[in-house]
Design a protein around this ligand. Structure first.
Ligand code: LRH
Ligand code: MN
Ligand code: MN
Length: 424
Protein backbone atom coordinates (compact mmCIF):
# COMPACT_ATOMS: atom_id res chain seq x y z
CA UNK A 1 0.00 0.00 0.00
CA UNK A 2 1.42 3.39 -1.01
CA UNK A 3 0.04 6.60 0.49
CA UNK A 4 -1.26 9.06 -2.04
CA UNK A 5 0.28 12.47 -1.29
CA UNK A 6 -3.01 14.13 -2.25
CA UNK A 7 -4.62 12.39 0.72
CA UNK A 8 -1.98 13.86 3.04
CA UNK A 9 -2.53 17.30 1.52
CA UNK A 10 -6.31 17.02 1.95
CA UNK A 11 -5.90 15.92 5.57
CA UNK A 12 -3.56 18.86 6.22
CA UNK A 13 -5.95 21.33 4.56
CA UNK A 14 -8.66 20.27 6.98
CA UNK A 15 -6.46 20.88 10.02
CA UNK A 16 -4.54 23.86 8.71
CA UNK A 17 -6.38 26.77 10.37
CA UNK A 18 -6.41 25.18 13.82
CA UNK A 19 -2.73 24.29 13.43
CA UNK A 20 -1.72 27.84 12.37
CA UNK A 21 -3.53 29.33 15.38
CA UNK A 22 -1.65 27.03 17.76
CA UNK A 23 1.63 27.66 15.97
CA UNK A 24 1.30 31.46 16.25
CA UNK A 25 0.83 31.08 19.99
CA UNK A 26 3.75 28.64 20.38
CA UNK A 27 6.09 30.84 18.35
CA UNK A 28 5.18 33.78 20.60
CA UNK A 29 6.01 31.69 23.68
CA UNK A 30 9.16 29.82 22.59
CA UNK A 31 12.40 31.60 21.76
CA UNK A 32 14.19 30.51 18.58
CA UNK A 33 11.24 28.44 17.45
CA UNK A 34 12.26 28.72 13.79
CA UNK A 35 15.65 27.12 14.54
CA UNK A 36 13.90 24.39 16.56
CA UNK A 37 11.54 23.59 13.66
CA UNK A 38 14.52 23.27 11.29
CA UNK A 39 16.25 20.81 13.63
CA UNK A 40 13.04 18.80 13.96
CA UNK A 41 12.77 18.57 10.16
CA UNK A 42 16.24 16.99 10.04
CA UNK A 43 15.75 14.57 12.93
CA UNK A 44 15.04 10.95 11.91
CA UNK A 45 14.37 7.94 14.12
CA UNK A 46 14.96 4.48 12.72
CA UNK A 47 12.27 1.82 12.96
CA UNK A 48 13.25 -1.72 13.95
CA UNK A 49 11.98 -4.36 11.56
CA UNK A 50 10.85 -6.51 14.51
CA UNK A 51 8.46 -3.86 15.85
CA UNK A 52 6.11 -4.02 12.87
CA UNK A 53 4.36 -7.15 14.08
CA UNK A 54 2.62 -7.51 17.41
CA UNK A 55 5.17 -8.58 19.98
CA UNK A 56 4.30 -11.40 22.29
CA UNK A 57 5.11 -12.37 25.81
CA UNK A 58 6.02 -15.86 26.87
CA UNK A 59 2.38 -16.20 27.97
CA UNK A 60 0.79 -15.47 24.65
CA UNK A 61 0.69 -13.63 21.43
CA UNK A 62 -2.25 -11.87 19.83
CA UNK A 63 -1.37 -11.05 16.22
CA UNK A 64 -3.42 -8.17 14.86
CA UNK A 65 -3.60 -9.08 11.18
CA UNK A 66 -2.05 -7.55 8.10
CA UNK A 67 1.43 -7.95 9.58
CA UNK A 68 4.40 -7.88 7.22
CA UNK A 69 5.33 -11.39 6.06
CA UNK A 70 8.59 -10.55 4.36
CA UNK A 71 11.36 -8.00 4.39
CA UNK A 72 9.70 -6.31 1.42
CA UNK A 73 6.50 -5.83 3.40
CA UNK A 74 8.45 -4.56 6.39
CA UNK A 75 10.08 -1.94 4.19
CA UNK A 76 6.65 -1.01 2.84
CA UNK A 77 5.33 -0.58 6.38
CA UNK A 78 8.22 1.67 7.41
CA UNK A 79 7.66 3.52 4.14
CA UNK A 80 4.05 4.13 5.23
CA UNK A 81 5.17 5.42 8.61
CA UNK A 82 7.71 7.68 6.96
CA UNK A 83 5.14 9.02 4.51
CA UNK A 84 2.89 9.86 7.45
CA UNK A 85 5.50 11.57 9.64
CA UNK A 86 8.65 12.09 7.49
CA UNK A 87 10.64 11.35 10.62
CA UNK A 88 11.11 7.58 10.25
CA UNK A 89 13.48 7.51 7.30
CA UNK A 90 15.41 4.35 8.19
CA UNK A 91 14.85 0.69 8.97
CA UNK A 92 17.02 -1.45 11.22
CA UNK A 93 17.30 -5.12 10.32
CA UNK A 94 17.77 -8.04 12.68
CA UNK A 95 19.63 -10.98 11.15
CA UNK A 96 18.46 -13.73 10.63
CA UNK A 97 14.91 -12.64 11.50
CA UNK A 98 15.35 -10.66 8.31
CA UNK A 99 16.95 -12.41 5.38
CA UNK A 100 17.89 -10.62 2.22
CA UNK A 101 18.55 -12.61 -0.91
CA UNK A 102 18.48 -9.91 -3.58
CA UNK A 103 20.29 -6.84 -2.25
CA UNK A 104 19.77 -4.82 -5.39
CA UNK A 105 15.99 -5.07 -5.37
CA UNK A 106 15.77 -4.54 -1.58
CA UNK A 107 17.89 -1.41 -1.85
CA UNK A 108 15.78 -0.15 -4.74
CA UNK A 109 12.58 -0.77 -2.74
CA UNK A 110 13.97 1.10 0.25
CA UNK A 111 15.06 4.01 -1.95
CA UNK A 112 11.58 4.13 -3.48
CA UNK A 113 10.23 4.70 0.04
CA UNK A 114 13.00 7.22 0.84
CA UNK A 115 14.48 4.88 3.46
CA UNK A 116 18.03 4.15 4.55
CA UNK A 117 19.34 1.08 6.34
CA UNK A 118 20.21 1.86 9.92
CA UNK A 119 22.30 -0.38 12.21
CA UNK A 120 22.19 -4.10 11.47
CA UNK A 121 21.61 -6.31 14.52
CA UNK A 122 23.15 -9.71 15.06
CA UNK A 123 21.35 -12.49 16.90
CA UNK A 124 23.29 -14.95 19.03
CA UNK A 125 20.55 -15.24 21.63
CA UNK A 126 18.64 -17.93 19.74
CA UNK A 127 19.81 -21.08 18.06
CA UNK A 128 19.42 -20.89 14.32
CA UNK A 129 17.94 -23.72 12.30
CA UNK A 130 21.11 -24.92 10.64
CA UNK A 131 23.80 -23.85 13.07
CA UNK A 132 26.13 -26.44 14.52
CA UNK A 133 26.33 -25.28 18.13
CA UNK A 134 23.84 -24.07 20.73
CA UNK A 135 23.96 -20.76 22.57
CA UNK A 136 22.27 -22.24 25.63
CA UNK A 137 25.31 -21.28 27.73
CA UNK A 138 26.18 -18.09 25.92
CA UNK A 139 27.73 -17.02 22.66
CA UNK A 140 30.70 -14.62 22.74
CA UNK A 141 31.39 -15.58 26.36
CA UNK A 142 31.09 -19.33 25.87
CA UNK A 143 33.66 -21.59 27.53
CA UNK A 144 33.81 -23.52 24.25
CA UNK A 145 36.01 -21.81 21.66
CA UNK A 146 34.15 -23.39 18.73
CA UNK A 147 30.89 -21.86 19.93
CA UNK A 148 32.53 -18.46 20.31
CA UNK A 149 33.88 -18.81 16.78
CA UNK A 150 30.44 -19.57 15.40
CA UNK A 151 29.03 -16.47 17.13
CA UNK A 152 31.89 -14.28 15.90
CA UNK A 153 31.41 -15.55 12.36
CA UNK A 154 27.69 -14.75 12.54
CA UNK A 155 28.51 -11.16 13.47
CA UNK A 156 31.00 -10.93 10.60
CA UNK A 157 28.33 -12.26 8.21
CA UNK A 158 25.93 -9.60 9.50
CA UNK A 159 28.52 -6.91 8.82
CA UNK A 160 28.91 -8.24 5.27
CA UNK A 161 25.16 -8.07 4.74
CA UNK A 162 25.08 -4.57 6.20
CA UNK A 163 27.80 -3.45 3.79
CA UNK A 164 25.69 -4.69 0.87
CA UNK A 165 22.74 -2.66 2.12
CA UNK A 166 24.63 0.53 2.92
CA UNK A 167 24.37 0.26 6.72
CA UNK A 168 27.16 1.80 8.71
CA UNK A 169 26.84 0.19 12.13
CA UNK A 170 26.48 -3.14 13.84
CA UNK A 171 24.54 -3.42 17.10
CA UNK A 172 25.62 -6.27 19.33
CA UNK A 173 23.31 -7.23 22.14
CA UNK A 174 24.26 -10.36 24.04
CA UNK A 175 21.95 -12.49 26.08
CA UNK A 176 25.13 -13.96 27.60
CA UNK A 177 25.29 -14.30 31.34
CA UNK A 178 24.34 -16.88 33.94
CA UNK A 179 21.30 -18.00 35.87
CA UNK A 180 22.91 -19.34 39.02
CA UNK A 181 25.81 -18.35 41.26
CA UNK A 182 28.87 -20.38 40.43
CA UNK A 183 27.73 -21.12 36.88
CA UNK A 184 30.21 -18.69 35.40
CA UNK A 185 33.69 -17.45 36.09
CA UNK A 186 32.95 -13.72 35.63
CA UNK A 187 36.53 -12.81 34.71
CA UNK A 188 36.84 -15.57 32.12
CA UNK A 189 33.43 -14.71 30.68
CA UNK A 190 34.59 -11.11 30.35
CA UNK A 191 37.89 -12.11 28.74
CA UNK A 192 36.23 -14.47 26.27
CA UNK A 193 33.66 -11.81 25.37
CA UNK A 194 36.36 -9.20 24.87
CA UNK A 195 38.40 -11.48 22.64
CA UNK A 196 35.32 -12.32 20.55
CA UNK A 197 34.37 -8.65 20.27
CA UNK A 198 37.90 -7.83 19.16
CA UNK A 199 37.59 -10.33 16.32
CA UNK A 200 34.28 -8.77 15.27
CA UNK A 201 35.73 -5.26 15.58
CA UNK A 202 38.55 -6.20 13.20
CA UNK A 203 35.99 -7.01 10.52
CA UNK A 204 34.41 -3.53 10.69
CA UNK A 205 34.92 -1.26 7.68
CA UNK A 206 36.65 2.03 8.55
CA UNK A 207 33.45 4.10 8.32
CA UNK A 208 31.47 1.72 10.55
CA UNK A 209 30.65 1.75 14.25
CA UNK A 210 30.06 -1.12 16.61
CA UNK A 211 27.39 -0.45 19.23
CA UNK A 212 27.56 -2.60 22.34
CA UNK A 213 24.15 -2.66 24.04
CA UNK A 214 23.93 -3.46 27.74
CA UNK A 215 21.08 -4.99 29.72
CA UNK A 216 20.87 -5.56 33.46
CA UNK A 217 18.92 -8.83 33.34
CA UNK A 218 16.89 -11.16 31.15
CA UNK A 219 17.05 -13.74 29.73
CA UNK A 220 19.72 -14.55 32.33
CA UNK A 221 18.56 -13.78 35.84
CA UNK A 222 21.70 -13.98 37.96
CA UNK A 223 24.34 -12.19 35.88
CA UNK A 224 24.59 -10.54 32.50
CA UNK A 225 27.98 -10.31 30.84
CA UNK A 226 27.34 -6.79 29.49
CA UNK A 227 25.06 -5.71 32.31
CA UNK A 228 25.35 -1.97 32.55
CA UNK A 229 26.89 1.11 30.97
CA UNK A 230 30.10 0.74 32.96
CA UNK A 231 30.66 -2.77 31.68
CA UNK A 232 29.82 -1.80 28.11
CA UNK A 233 32.16 1.19 28.46
CA UNK A 234 34.95 -1.07 29.69
CA UNK A 235 34.66 -3.22 26.54
CA UNK A 236 34.24 -0.41 24.01
CA UNK A 237 37.13 1.55 25.51
CA UNK A 238 39.43 -1.43 24.89
CA UNK A 239 38.05 -2.12 21.42
CA UNK A 240 38.83 1.28 19.88
CA UNK A 241 37.33 4.49 18.48
CA UNK A 242 34.71 2.78 16.34
CA UNK A 243 33.17 0.99 19.32
CA UNK A 244 30.51 2.80 21.35
CA UNK A 245 27.94 2.07 24.01
CA UNK A 246 24.28 1.78 23.08
CA UNK A 247 21.66 2.83 25.60
CA UNK A 248 18.34 0.99 25.52
CA UNK A 249 16.05 2.84 27.92
CA UNK A 250 14.44 -0.37 29.17
CA UNK A 251 17.68 -2.09 30.16
CA UNK A 252 18.43 -0.43 33.51
CA UNK A 253 17.90 -1.34 37.10
CA UNK A 254 14.91 0.54 38.56
CA UNK A 255 15.45 4.27 39.17
CA UNK A 256 18.78 4.40 37.32
CA UNK A 257 19.70 7.96 36.43
CA UNK A 258 19.80 7.43 32.67
CA UNK A 259 20.30 11.12 31.89
CA UNK A 260 23.50 11.14 33.92
CA UNK A 261 24.74 7.98 32.15
CA UNK A 262 24.10 9.71 28.84
CA UNK A 263 25.99 12.85 29.89
CA UNK A 264 29.07 10.91 30.99
CA UNK A 265 29.16 8.62 27.95
CA UNK A 266 28.88 11.67 25.67
CA UNK A 267 31.68 13.41 27.51
CA UNK A 268 33.85 10.30 27.04
CA UNK A 269 32.94 10.16 23.32
CA UNK A 270 31.57 6.67 23.92
CA UNK A 271 27.86 7.17 23.39
CA UNK A 272 26.82 5.44 20.18
CA UNK A 273 23.09 5.54 20.08
CA UNK A 274 19.70 4.77 21.55
CA UNK A 275 16.94 2.27 21.66
CA UNK A 276 13.91 4.25 22.74
CA UNK A 277 11.03 2.70 24.64
CA UNK A 278 9.41 3.10 28.04
CA UNK A 279 8.94 0.86 31.03
CA UNK A 280 7.75 0.63 34.58
CA UNK A 281 9.35 -2.64 35.66
CA UNK A 282 12.08 -3.75 33.30
CA UNK A 283 12.47 -4.34 29.61
CA UNK A 284 8.77 -3.65 29.12
CA UNK A 285 9.16 -2.26 25.58
CA UNK A 286 6.23 0.13 25.99
CA UNK A 287 5.67 3.15 23.75
CA UNK A 288 8.37 5.80 24.23
CA UNK A 289 7.16 8.55 26.55
CA UNK A 290 4.07 6.59 27.60
CA UNK A 291 5.03 6.45 31.28
CA UNK A 292 7.98 8.72 31.96
CA UNK A 293 7.92 11.65 29.55
CA UNK A 294 9.85 13.82 32.02
CA UNK A 295 12.71 11.33 32.06
CA UNK A 296 12.70 11.29 28.26
CA UNK A 297 12.91 15.09 28.28
CA UNK A 298 15.76 15.06 30.83
CA UNK A 299 17.66 12.58 28.65
CA UNK A 300 17.24 14.84 25.62
CA UNK A 301 18.23 17.79 27.73
CA UNK A 302 21.60 16.12 28.39
CA UNK A 303 21.90 15.04 24.76
CA UNK A 304 21.38 18.54 23.41
CA UNK A 305 23.71 20.06 25.99
CA UNK A 306 26.43 17.45 25.53
CA UNK A 307 26.23 17.23 21.74
CA UNK A 308 26.34 21.01 21.38
CA UNK A 309 29.33 21.18 23.73
CA UNK A 310 31.16 18.72 21.45
CA UNK A 311 29.98 20.36 18.22
CA UNK A 312 28.07 17.23 17.21
CA UNK A 313 25.32 17.08 14.60
CA UNK A 314 22.13 16.04 16.39
CA UNK A 315 20.66 14.30 13.38
CA UNK A 316 23.63 12.26 12.23
CA UNK A 317 26.24 11.78 14.94
CA UNK A 318 24.34 9.28 17.10
CA UNK A 319 22.15 6.32 16.18
CA UNK A 320 18.48 7.00 17.01
CA UNK A 321 16.16 4.06 17.02
CA UNK A 322 12.98 2.80 18.61
CA UNK A 323 13.08 -0.62 20.23
CA UNK A 324 9.57 -1.32 21.42
CA UNK A 325 7.26 -4.10 20.54
CA UNK A 326 4.15 -4.75 22.50
CA UNK A 327 1.21 -7.02 22.17
CA UNK A 328 -2.01 -5.05 22.43
CA UNK A 329 -1.66 -2.03 20.14
CA UNK A 330 -1.55 -1.82 16.40
CA UNK A 331 2.27 -1.73 16.03
CA UNK A 332 2.16 1.00 13.39
CA UNK A 333 0.08 3.31 15.58
CA UNK A 334 2.38 2.51 18.48
CA UNK A 335 5.45 3.48 16.43
CA UNK A 336 3.82 6.74 15.31
CA UNK A 337 3.16 7.55 18.97
CA UNK A 338 6.76 6.74 19.93
CA UNK A 339 8.20 8.96 17.21
CA UNK A 340 5.88 11.79 18.28
CA UNK A 341 6.93 11.44 21.94
CA UNK A 342 10.61 11.47 20.98
CA UNK A 343 10.15 14.56 18.81
CA UNK A 344 8.30 16.36 21.60
CA UNK A 345 11.06 15.57 24.13
CA UNK A 346 13.70 16.72 21.64
CA UNK A 347 11.84 19.97 20.89
CA UNK A 348 11.39 20.67 24.60
CA UNK A 349 15.11 20.08 25.20
CA UNK A 350 15.96 22.43 22.34
CA UNK A 351 13.80 25.10 23.95
CA UNK A 352 15.66 25.06 27.30
CA UNK A 353 17.19 28.44 28.10
CA UNK A 354 20.78 27.14 28.36
CA UNK A 355 22.41 30.43 29.27
CA UNK A 356 19.98 30.98 32.13
CA UNK A 357 20.44 27.35 33.26
CA UNK A 358 24.20 27.75 33.31
CA UNK A 359 23.93 30.91 35.39
CA UNK A 360 21.54 29.21 37.81
CA UNK A 361 23.93 26.25 38.12
CA UNK A 362 26.94 28.49 38.71
CA UNK A 363 25.03 30.38 41.38
CA UNK A 364 23.75 27.18 42.96
CA UNK A 365 20.25 28.51 42.40
CA UNK A 366 18.51 25.15 42.59
CA UNK A 367 15.01 26.59 42.46
CA UNK A 368 15.76 28.60 39.34
CA UNK A 369 17.36 25.59 37.63
CA UNK A 370 14.26 23.52 38.29
CA UNK A 371 12.01 26.36 37.06
CA UNK A 372 13.96 26.54 33.80
CA UNK A 373 13.75 22.82 33.10
CA UNK A 374 10.15 22.42 34.12
CA UNK A 375 9.13 25.50 32.20
CA UNK A 376 10.55 23.90 29.05
CA UNK A 377 8.92 20.54 29.87
CA UNK A 378 5.53 22.11 30.55
CA UNK A 379 5.49 24.27 27.43
CA UNK A 380 3.39 22.76 24.69
CA UNK A 381 5.70 22.23 21.70
CA UNK A 382 3.34 20.05 19.70
CA UNK A 383 2.62 22.79 17.16
CA UNK A 384 6.36 23.06 16.38
CA UNK A 385 6.57 19.31 15.86
CA UNK A 386 3.49 19.42 13.64
CA UNK A 387 4.89 22.37 11.68
CA UNK A 388 8.10 20.40 11.02
CA UNK A 389 5.94 17.61 9.62
CA UNK A 390 3.91 20.00 7.50
CA UNK A 391 7.06 21.49 5.97
CA UNK A 392 8.38 18.00 5.20
CA UNK A 393 5.20 16.98 3.39
CA UNK A 394 3.98 14.71 6.20
CA UNK A 395 0.62 14.63 7.96
CA UNK A 396 -0.32 17.14 10.66
CA UNK A 397 -1.83 14.29 12.65
CA UNK A 398 -0.31 10.97 11.54
CA UNK A 399 -2.33 8.68 13.82
CA UNK A 400 -5.61 10.35 12.82
CA UNK A 401 -4.77 10.04 9.12
CA UNK A 402 -3.67 6.41 9.55
CA UNK A 403 -7.11 5.66 10.96
CA UNK A 404 -8.97 7.85 8.49
CA UNK A 405 -7.34 6.00 5.60
CA UNK A 406 -8.07 2.64 7.26
CA UNK A 407 -4.46 1.59 6.70
CA UNK A 408 -4.67 -1.50 8.91
CA UNK A 409 -7.89 -2.66 7.27
CA UNK A 410 -6.25 -2.23 3.86
CA UNK A 411 -3.20 -4.21 4.98
CA UNK A 412 -5.44 -6.99 6.28
CA UNK A 413 -7.20 -6.95 2.90
CA UNK A 414 -3.86 -7.29 1.11
CA UNK A 415 -2.10 -9.72 3.42
CA UNK A 416 -4.82 -11.49 5.32
CA UNK A 417 -5.84 -11.68 8.96
CA UNK A 418 -3.60 -14.55 9.96
CA UNK A 419 -0.12 -13.16 9.48
CA UNK A 420 2.82 -13.44 11.81
CA UNK A 421 5.80 -11.19 11.33
CA UNK A 422 9.22 -12.56 12.26
CA UNK A 423 10.72 -11.13 15.40
CA UNK A 424 10.05 -11.24 19.09
C1 LRH B 1 17.13 -6.98 23.97
C2 LRH B 1 16.89 -5.99 22.87
C3 LRH B 1 18.04 -5.95 21.88
C4 LRH B 1 17.57 -6.94 20.86
C5 LRH B 1 16.10 -6.56 20.75
C6 LRH B 1 15.23 -7.50 20.03
O1 LRH B 1 16.19 -6.88 24.99
O2 LRH B 1 16.59 -4.73 23.37
O3 LRH B 1 18.18 -4.66 21.31
O4 LRH B 1 18.26 -6.89 19.67
O5 LRH B 1 15.74 -6.39 22.11
MN1 MN C 1 17.35 -2.92 22.45
MN1 MN D 1 15.34 -4.82 25.11
Amino acid sequence: MILDSNKIAAHNDGLFTAHKNKLVFSVSEIAESEAIIKKLVDFQIAIPSWALGTGGTRFGRFPGGGEPRSIEEKIEDVGLLHALNKASGAISLHIPWDTVSDYKSIKALAAQHDLKFDAVNSNTFQDQANSEYSYKFGSLQNVNKAIRKQAVQHNIDVIQQGIELGSESLTVWLADGSNFPGQLNFRKAYENTLESLQEIYEALPSNWKLFLEYKCAEPNFYSTTVADWGQSYSYVKKLGDKAKTLVDLGHHLPNANIEQIVAILLMEDKLGGFHFNDSKYGDDDLTAGALKPYQLFLIFNELVEGMDARGMNHATDLGWMIDASHNIKDPMEDLLQSVEAIMIAYAQALSVDRKALEIAQNENDVVKAQEILQNAFRTDVRALVAEARLRSGAALNPVALYRQLAVRENLIGERGLKTVATGL
